[in-house]
Design a protein around this ligand. Structure first.
Ligand code: SF4
Length: 709
């Protein structure tokens, strides 16, 4: 037996762990590493139970090829030859745009995969898709329409207020701009130092329990709440007028557009107390000087996500909650260290207006990615540019994309479906080729993705390979797969702006040293000193003055004003609720600690505590419906219906029900919901009730009715 330090990569928590390995080179236990300076011993149940998954029934050990509707083993090099040949055939017959590259959050469990996969897509010229455009595309739209502050937001660590809307990082272990490593401890520390917390959520979620003000709103009414907060801030002159004069355009148009959102209107529309809204505005803008806003999927999956996301960001803008010239950056950069950022606005790029649109409903491309809600139609609709081949990395589109019947049909219509996944999923079952990669502890890695997305301390960790896969297995290195396909197709790979050598297969460390090529600390030093995680003592870096390219935030461009009008004319959700309405409840998603999106459902704790996903409902709604706890029900929307079991939950607002997404099996397994849970997918239309710009479907605040089965 031996013990080695590493870190868990199941989610962005990147918890430092001690891994025990037996004499047969098998991981036998994982515990939190109390010496890790970032996570200090914390690791959640999923990370602790990882050994059961590493060697569990769903683990895949060798490449597979579909032959006569069955998967047979195939040698990796043979599989790569055949895949490359098929890709080239599609390119020759149609174009590279007929190849789709789809990645999910699983890809980020390997930094090599996270960079090499899009690098292959770009080298080939294929269409990139990801789960980002199925749950948080509004964030990209907002950055494109509003602009961004180059030096970033003020840090959570020295904030005196923070507003979370539709975000529950204590369970999701991710939030933009706030700590993701051991978030409970970080939150308690901040609260002990006086942080005030405003939480906007239809449920008294784990985060709301720490809130100084909890606005328990109706889902889908975030735009009203954000507009109401802005209205109050501007009316009381609580905004940062000097910052606005220097960096904002459209303030008067903003003032006009939010004027109708009086506290009375917002209170009625969102189902909250007028005084609570006023108190939240005053706490955020008047009583506090530092702190900002973080939104989550609760905002971005509900109706009017682009507008709501934009307005929440604007609240931070008009209060000037950004790092200013001369301030010390919280993290000068360990694995990525560029020039000091400037105290300036990067003007709205509106790149979605310039990029080619999807042939499906004219959906825009964001950040170089096609809109995932259009993927099934991109495959099924005949015509030039039809997607015929798809490579999937770290994702389970069968479980993640709504309307699973249509997705099932689409994936079956592909000429080539390659899935890179360590585990059997609903999507691998449909694949022509399955390439299982090495999973965590079987490959080296660094915390690059964590630093690039959200890290306000100069922290990094390197993990070497801890165990080799069993001798009889043939697991792939994902970086090698991308390199080998690029080579077979006569392309190169570009990682971090550098061309990879294509003459000899790269090792993990070749990739990692390229990824760390712009680091503030040498890759060798990180390798040698940060295997247990390390906070580096780096010289301070200060925010630089604005340069000649400084732009202005566009707080109310015309298309956002159009969104405002569209929202104002929409029927308020409060008026649609009630047991006598046709669809009198609103269904929202709900994260739970035991599972992560479509992953971990087979882990022991998930099997014990969350084998299926109940329909949670307020006890008074339950009794008004004449139902009892644990009763079987049918949940119907205007798109379809599913089975569920009700569970009383007084943390929900009345009229709102919740289910965890990512459950359910293949189409046809729907009735077996005690074993697989229920997929909410049939309740969601991929083509109706969408955000027009990027075709984002309504995945929260879904109108439903509930009937006894
Ligand atoms: S929070 Fe859990 S799943 Fe996420 S990195 Fe930590 S141990 Fe792994």
């Amino acid at each position: 037996m031996r013990e080695q330090k590493s870190y868990c990569r199941l989610c962005f928590g990147f918890c430092g762990v001690n891994v025990t390995i037996d004499d047969n080179e098998r991981v036998v236990s994982v515990v939190g590493d109390h010496d890790n300076p970032a996570t200090q011993g914390y690791a959640c149940v999923k990370g602790l139970e990882l050994p059961s998954a590493l060697y569990g029934d769903r683990r895949l050990w060798r490449p597979l090829k579909k032959v006569d509707d069955r998967h047979e083993e195939i040698d990796l090099e043979q599989a790569l030859d055949e895949i490359a040949q098929c890709m080239q055939g599609i390119i020759d017959q149609d174009s590279a745009q007929s190849l789709a590259f789809y990645r999910g959050t699983g890809t980020f469990g390997s930094n090599v995969a996270a960079l090499a996969f899009p690098a292959l897509a770009d080298a080939v010229g294929g269409q990139r898709f990801s789960t980002m455009t199925i749950d948080q595309s509004a964030k990209w739209v907002t950055a494109d329409r509003l602009g961004t502050w180059h030096a970033g937001k003020q840090a959570f660590e020295d904030a005196d207020v923070w507003l979370f809307a539709g975000a529950n990082p204590l369970v999701s272990v991710f939030s933009w701009h706030t700590p993701v490593q051991n978030p409970m401890k970080r939150l308690k520390e901040a609260k002990a130092q006086g942080l005030k917390l405003i939480v906007i959520d239809p449920r008294e979620c784990e985060m709301a329990k720490f809130a100084d003000i909890h606005l328990q709103i109706y889902p889908g009414e975030d735009a009203a709440v954000a507009a109401g907060l802005i209205h109050l801030v501007l009316n009381h002159n609580w905004h940062d007028a000097e910052f606005c004069a220097q960096h904002v355009e459209g303030l008067e148009q903003l003032r006009e557009q939010v004027a109708p959102f009086t506290p009375e209107l917002v209170a009625a529309r969102a189902g909250i107390g007028r005084e609570d809204l006023i108190a939240a505005a005053e706490l955020f803008a008047s009583q506090s000087k530092r702190g900002s806003v973080s939104t989550g999927t609760g905002v971005d999956m509900a109706p009017f996500p682009n507008l709501a996301e934009h307005l929440y960001e604007v609240l931070g803008v008009i209060c000037g909650r950004y790092l200013r010239e001369g301030e010390v950056l919280p993290n000068p950069g360990v694995l990525f260290s560029g020039r000091p950022p400037r105290a300036e606005v990067r003007a709205p790029k509106r790149s979605f207006e310039k990029a080619p649109r999807s042939r499906v409903r004219g959906a825009v491309r964001l950040n170089g990615e096609s809109a995932t809600p259009t993927l099934a139609e991109e495959i099924l609709e005949p015509g030039p540019g039809r997607v015929r081949g798809m490579i999937v990395s770290g994702a389970n589109p069968m479980g993640a994309i709504p309307d699973s019947d249509q997705v099932f049909k689409a994936l079956n219509a592909l000429d080539l479906l390659v899935v890179i996944d360590p585990f059997e999923t609903e999507t691998t079952r449909l694949a022509d080729y399955v390439l299982p990669p090495k999973f965590m502890y079987e490959h080296a890695d660094i915390t690059f993705g964590l630093e690039m997305s959200n890290l306000s301390v100069p922290y990094a960790q390197y993990t070497p390979t801890l165990v080799d896969p069993p001798a009889q297995s043939q697991l792939c290195d994902e970086g090698y797969v991308m390199w080998a396909l690029a080579k077979r197709l006569g392309r190169g790979l570009n990682i971090m702006g550098q061309s990879m050598a294509m003459d000899a297969p790269p090792s993990d460390d070749d990739f990692l040293s390229l990824i760390a090529s712009r680091s503030g600390v040498s890759f060798d030093e990180i390798k040698q000193t940060a295997q247990g995680g390390k906070v580096f003592d780096l010289p301070p870096k200060h925010v630089a003055p604005a340069g000649e390219k400084a732009g202005r935030f566009a707080v109310m461009p015309e298309d956002v004003a159009d969104d405002m009008q569209r929202y104002r004319s929409a029927e308020p959700i409060a008026t649609t609720l009630g047991v006598n309405s046709e669809f009198g409840f609103r269904l929202i998603p709900r994260r739970i600690r035991e599972v992560s999106n479509t992953s971990c459902r087979d882990f022991p704790s998930a099997q014990k505590r969350a084998a299926y996903n109940p329909l949670c409902i307020h006890p008074e709604d339950l009794s008004e419906l004449g139902l009892v706890d644990r009763q079987s029900v049918t949940v119907s929307s205007d798109n379809g219906c599913i089975n569920a079991i009700v569970k009383a939950d007084s943390t929900l607002k009345r009229g709102v029900v919740s289910m965890t997404h990512g459950y359910g099996g293949m189409p046809g397994q729907a009735s077996d919901y005690l074993k697989h849970g229920s997929s909410v997918s049939p309740l969601i239309s991929l083509s109706r009730d969408c955000e027009p710009l990027q075709a984002m479907p309504r995945m929260s605040a879904i109108p439903v009715r509930i009937d006894p089965t």
